[in-house]
Every structure is written in structure tokens, then in C-alpha cells.
Design a protein around this ligand. Sequence first.
Ligand SMILES: Cc1cc2nc3c(=O)[nH]c(=O)nc-3n(C[C@H](O)[C@H](O)[C@H](O)COP(=O)(O)OP(=O)(O)OC[C@H]3O[C@@H](n4cnc5c(N)ncnc54)[C@H](O)[C@@H]3O)c2cc1C
Length: 448
Amino acid sequence: MIKEENYKWENWAGNHSCIAANYFEPETADQIADIIGYAVSNRLKVRVVGSGHSFTPLALSNEVLVSLKHHGKLVSIENNFVTCQGGMLLHELYTILQENKLSLANFGVINKQTVAGAIATGTHGSGLTHKSLSSLIHTMKIMTSSGSIIEIDENTVIHTNNKEFNLLNAAAISLGLLGIVLEVTFKCEPLFFLQSEEHVISFDEYLDSMDDDARRYEYFKAWWFPHTDKVYVYKTGRIAEGFGGRGKYEQYTAEQRSLDLEIDKVTAPMFIDSNDDATLIPEINRHCVERFFTPRVRLGSSFEILVHDETVPMIVSEYGLSMENDIHKKALRAFRDTLERSTIKAHFPVDLRYAGAERAWLSPSYNRDTFYIGMCVREYKKKEIPASMKLFFDVMRNYDARLNWGKLSDSTRGELKITYLMLDDFNGIRRFLDPHDIFQNDYLKSIL
Ligand SMILES: Cc1cc2nc3c(=O)[nH]c(=O)nc-3n(C[C@H](O)[C@H](O)[C@H](O)COP(=O)(O)OP(=O)(O)OC[C@H]3O[C@@H](n4cnc5c(N)ncnc54)[C@H](O)[C@@H]3O)c2cc1C
């Protein structure tokens, strides 16, 4: 097992780092149990790090930091059930799935995260009939602070505080607080194919048609370009394999793919300049939507259409909003209006996605169909939160919005208690499984 002392770790975005007194890369469950035993007997805190793609200080530890990069193997494939170790990278999992003509029902945008890291924060894609990656967990194995392994499925219950709880609802999205995720079995489905029709509409047209389109197209999402009136919609639904009977074979072409990558190359220097001079941003957004976001149709496998590379460094915030009483539309309109009234400018894209209600307690979609608004600041290298993101936080605060745990927010403990209805019960289970708080860090202590 690789071990290092005073190991410097930094997340992908470079906005959080730590120096871990003890860093480990275990390969086996026994080695992981030894690390936990060492931490407990020395009263040290342990955090597991995935691939560092969270924008929040979730994974930081100055004491014991563990990476499962050598605990990421395929365990089994049985029919549509695929089991892998927690440290497997999503792109490794996706390659295995494609080789076996399988797919997950939905995906987050990129494939660089680890399996355990992605489920820990409730990573989601878009589609009102779909939920987060965590909702596809069939079973999972976690090692708790006692060093014992619990296998969890949808029927596993736990008794604490004189109540009985379904453990999967707590463990499916657990921020690494209940134990170390050793293995996950996903329910998969046969590989499927998609057609994505993509074009620009106006902001008001989008507001009028968004929910209908979210019900009509299985993977509907959109990108709004702030300071323009333009929203690029992705109307994506299933088609037969081989793109059944189409005269014209329009698979997602190499040309389209290279245009997608060119956007990043062309825009990077513009974004760097705009971080010193925000007045450039409206023109950048306008130029990009006109130059790169032309109408097109893409056809391909679920992986080709729904998973993308992200090469531009950035920081991201995202909140999930209830769709009841059009709260989500009010919040989006308020964000637009507040931005337009202010001198503060925001980079494209503002990512607009949907997800169905789910049972995981810490999901932003817990018990409610959810509309997600995500915003980013590209090529941003400073530690402090930029003005456009602060403005976004302030607007979202008024709409009972739930933060995405992997993305930036300034929600306080008090606000989280109101928006995350099951937080007290989650904390009860956390205390039961981790009575000495070994899986906490300062950030999680401050917000939970
Ligand atoms: C470019 C980019 C695009 C993104 N796109 C999306 C998106 O489309 N949708 C979305 O919802 N999110 C998205 N995210 C956020 C990302 O999916 C999450 O932050 C995810 O948690 C990162 O996974 P990771 O492996 O990097 O984990 P890390 O960020 O390293 O860790 C995340 C959490 O997982 C815990 N953890 C990791 N491994 C284990 C383990 N074995 N056992 C227990 N706990 C563990 C850590 O302790 C930490 O609490 C994106 C992030 C980036 C940078």
C-alpha cells in the first residue's frame, strides 16, 4: 500500500487544498480496515478523496486522507447488474458497460469522477423521468468506523433513536460521512441510442415551453447565455439502434465533436480577460452563442450524446428548485432580472436541467421533482467567491433552493436544516455508525 506523510492534495478546480499528515492508497478491504483502526486508536479524522471534482471542501483532511485509486476494479457483471469497487473512475465503468452493450439510465456531464465520489454528492444529469446516479444503486458495501462491512440494499433497515430507517435512503448520498464505500452494484439497462435536436430559442419562449418539453423529451436540458436573450435547448429522446430507417445517417460526427472542443480553445483566452474586465462578458456570450451554437441534430449511443469532455477550468454552483407553483420559473426569472439590473456579469452557460423526485435524503431532488440551475465562472483562479456567484447564491436563497453538495454555495447550517428535511435523521444515523465523528472534517462539521 502506498503511504505518504505531509501529502499536499488539491481539487480539480484548484480552489481547495490540504496537507494530510498521513495519506494512503490502499488496495484491499483489509488495508482499509487497518487505516480506519489506526485513525480510531489515534483519534484522527479520515476523509476519502475521489478524483477531486467537487468544488467544495468536502474531501479535505489534514489528518488521514485515503484515495481508493487502487481499489477500483470490476467485481462482476450479472445480467444487468454491474458491481465495481468504489475507486473505479466513471470512464472506466462506462467502457466496461459499452463493451457489454449496457448503459446507465442517465449520466452526469463528465466521466472523470470516481464511482464512490459521484454517488456521494448525488451527481445527476437531466431528465424528469430520471434521478441521480445514486438512484441506480442496487446494493452497496460500506466499511464503517468500527471496521465492519455493511451490505446495503433497498430492504436494509437500521434502528436508532427508537425509530427504524431505510439505510439505503441515507447511504446512497452520504458525503462520505457514514463510512468508506467499498463496492457499488448498479442496475443497468441495455445500451440505447438517442437523437438530440439542438437549437436556440428566446428566454421567454423557453420559460413558456420548458416544462412541457421536459415531459416530452426524456433528456431535455438547456443552456442560457446571460446578457443575451438566447437559450440553447437540447431536446433528446430515444431512437432505435442503427437510427432505424433514416435516409440520412447523421451520427454525432467527428466535425461536430471537434467544433465542441474548439469552443474551449477559442473561449479560454476570452474568459481569462473577462475575469479582470467583466464588461467583456456580454459580448463573449453573444459571440459564442452565434458562432458555435447553431441548430444541429446529433445521433449516437447514450454515452456519445450525454457524456462530454470538460476542458476549461472553472468553478461551479448549482441549486435544485421545486417545480411546485412554478417556484423554479420564478427563481430563474429572478436570477435573470437581478443580473440585468446589476453591473455584475455572468459567464455562459447557465445550465438548466431537470430530475425526478428521489428517495435519497440528501438528494437536492428528495421527494420533489426538481429543476436545477447551475452557473459557472470559467478560468477563475482566485480563492474568493466571485461577484456573479454571490449574486446567484443571494437569489437562490429566496426560493427554498437546495444546494448540490459537490458545487459551491454559501448555505448555512440553519438553511440546510430547512431545505434538507431529513438532515436530523441523517445525522442520527451518522452518529450511530460513526460515534467518534472520524469521518467528519471542519467544513462538514460547520454545515451539518
Ligand atoms: C467539470 C465538472 C462537471 C461536473 N458535472 C456534474 C454533473 O453533470 N452533475 C452533477 O451533479 N455534478 C457534477 N459535477 C460534480 C461532481 O460530479 C461531484 O462533485 C462528484 O462528487 C465528484 O466526484 P469525485 O470522484 O471527484 O469525488 P471527490 O470530489 O473527490 O469527493 C466527493 C465526495 O465523495 C466522498 N468519497 C469519495 N470516495 C469515497 C469513498 N470511497 N467512500 C466514501 N466517500 C467517498 C469524498 O469524501 C467527498 O465527500 C461536476 C464536476 C466537474 C468538475
